[in-house]
Design a protein around this ligand. Structure first.
Ligand code: ADE
Length: 241
């Protein structure tokens, strides 16, 4: 069984979008993974196909109803579907490569895209959703965030990356930012490639790259160097009613 992604969205027309091109698209064509975008509105039962309502307590915007979201999840996941359910929301825990690796190694993922002001929290809890944010900014919906998550997972599926591309020695596999890259010409507009890279000394190249990685990480992302952040919990358990 290949890796299976299901996206629950009010805008199924946004998919596959960029995921149908490039590395991910080629992998899909080759049957290494599949993507199904399901319209949340399809499970709405009333005459107007209502999916949302005004927030209790007042305030702006609309909230997706728990019964509608639950029906959409039920329709997408038959009994025994072991895929984790991820809710893309700016309230979520920051997406990190650790979760990407874990999801990619499993049977696939079901991604719920929020729109409007949010999703009724009861269905998020009842279904044990993993709430994930792709960064500290607010998108107009979870769709682009779901694409980011899926792209990151799909490229780790065995066979998706060609031999030319390597997932091994890259940013975050060592918990550090990547060292800088250079190619020909060796001199361009008066700028020379660092001499060590032309030296042919593999051990020295490896040491230089490691130093560069550590320096840029210290400078830009000191938070990556602290041990604490690695212990953050990933999975909430589904809570009984
Ligand atoms: N939906 C809106 N903004 C988002 C974000 N930053 N991450 C995940 N989902 C979102």
């Amino acid at each position: 069984m290949s890796w299976r992604a299901t996206v629950l969205t009010l805008f199924p027309g946004m998919f596959p979008g960029p995921l149908g091109t490039s590395l991910a698209g080629r992998g899909m064509e080759r049957g290494l993974w599949s993507l199904e975008a399901r319209d949340i509105r399809a499970v709405a039962t009333d005459r107007h196909r209502t999916v949302d309502d005004t927030p209790f307590g007042g305030g702006a915007g609309m909230v997706l109803r728990p019964d509608v979201v639950d029906a959409a999840v039920a329709a997408a996941m038959p009994e025994g579907d072991a895929r984790p359910l991820v809710f893309l929301t700016p309230r979520g825990a920051p997406l990190r490569q650790e979760l990407v690796r874990e999801l990619s190694a499993g049977p696939g993922v079901v991604a719920l895209c929020g729109r409007y002001e949010g999703v009724d929290q009861r269905v998020v809890e009842a279904r044990g959703m993993i709430e994930v944010s792709i960064g500290d900014y607010v998108l107009s919906g979870g769709e682009l965030a779901a694409m980011v998550l899926l792209d990151a997972c799909v490229r780790l599926i065995p066979g998706v990356m060609g031999a030319a591309e390597s997932a091994e020695e890259e940013s975050f596999s060592a918990g550090l930012l990547e060292y800088p890259h250079y190619t020909r010409p060796a001199e361009w507009r008066g700028r020379r490639v660092p001499e060590v890279l032309l030296s042919g000394h593999h051990a020295e190249v490896a040491r230089w790259r490691r130093e560069q990685s550590e320096a840029v990480t210290r400078e830009r992302r000191p938070d990556l160097l602290s041990e604490q952040r690695r212990a953050a919990p990933l999975h909430p358990a589904a809570s009984p009613a």
